[in-house]
Ligand binder design. Sequence first.
Ligand SMILES: *Cc1c(COP(=O)(O)O)cnc(C)c1O
Length: 433
Amino acid sequence: MSADPRRQVPRTDTLLADPQLAAAADRLGRELVKSAVQQVQQRIRDGALAPGDAVDAALAGLPSTAGSLRPVLNATGVLVHTNLGRAPLSPAAVEAVAAASGTTDVELDLGTGRRGPRGEAAIAALLAAVPAAEAALVVNNCAAALALVATALGGELVIARGELVEIGDGFRIPELLTATGARLREVGTTNRVTLDDYRDALSPDTGAVLKVHPSNFVVRGFTRAVPVAELAAGLGGSGVPLVADVGSGLLRPHPVLPEEPDLQTTLDDGADLVLASGDKLLGGPQAGLVLGRAHLVQRLRRHPLYRALRVDKTTLAALEATLRGPLPPVHQMLSADPAELRRRAGALAARLAGAGVDAVAVDAQARVGGGGAPEHPLPSAAVSLPGTFAAPLRAGTPPVVGYVAGDRTLLDLRSLPPSADETLAAAVLQVAR
Ligand SMILES: *Cc1c(COP(=O)(O)O)cnc(C)c1O
């Protein structure tokens, strides 16, 4: 004769008073713990759980942090994966974020006790990294930098038809620019534009000439673009600012990515302002960087819209530490040695095969991602598993995201630090069981 399970369900108050659950409520907040408790009560009512296991089950059902974003192992081979949060921060940047998270001297001069310039140290780090720039400004992302430029320099923006780019997920640069009220003066054709096209388009209404790096596609065949150096020389004397959106945020030329524009070279070539993202190839936090001539940067900083686009203290902290600290993960991944990647894949596959998993090491091609170097595959190595592993790996703890090729799941090692191999092996073994 079984008792009515509803009579045996422990009361919410009783469970929340349990010392372990009370401690969890102090850490995670009462609502999260209460919701875990209510789920446990339902399972007891359904007869799926013994009342004596209520506390343990509620503890097991709690998230590890009060936020729901979870760490994910990126085995996609896409180094800067927008859906996975783009650049992983370096340990130095993570520490700097933690240090700046409370009350901090972001806008206070501790020597004089007076208000100081906001984020001065991050700006100084940017200028040290890109000596060609006279001044710099940091906003929320590169889209915000474009919006600020279009609003503050505005009027008419001269831009090549081949550079009216969609970056991803419906984000179209020309639509962003016109949303600010600026007008576009399109020049050239899809495949070709000349210096004269730009020159002929200048008028007293011209606010700026804008060059946008076509980050995620290439045009081949009968094509012609005007490089920044030629454009700068050709516009010289017109007084019209030349603004170059390079997108990826490389500070200097990178030997592995010879085609990718960088901030220092673009300014050396004569751009008046250069714009980039902080969380692509720079390897830092989400941010929009504006570097170049002091009077133009000052115009942007004084514009009322800047106040709506400025970044918070944790972004400034992460950016400075990325610039001044050790090489960020994205750069370690970029320069990873293919032979070493193959060695890691071989060791992992051997270990998994030893445990009875159908795993082999294979050569693979990684990519920069995040709208960078679209045609530049990076030699890599992967662990190849049965195709059926992909979904349970994504659902595991921690989730592992690889990709499926034919009937195999591939876990590319270039987008993972070597320190993650142990966790990766454990995650695969968990799925195999
Ligand atoms: C990625 C990219 C952007 C957008 O940058 P966000 O930082 O994501 O706003 C703008 N322009 C170019 C050329 C890009 O590659």
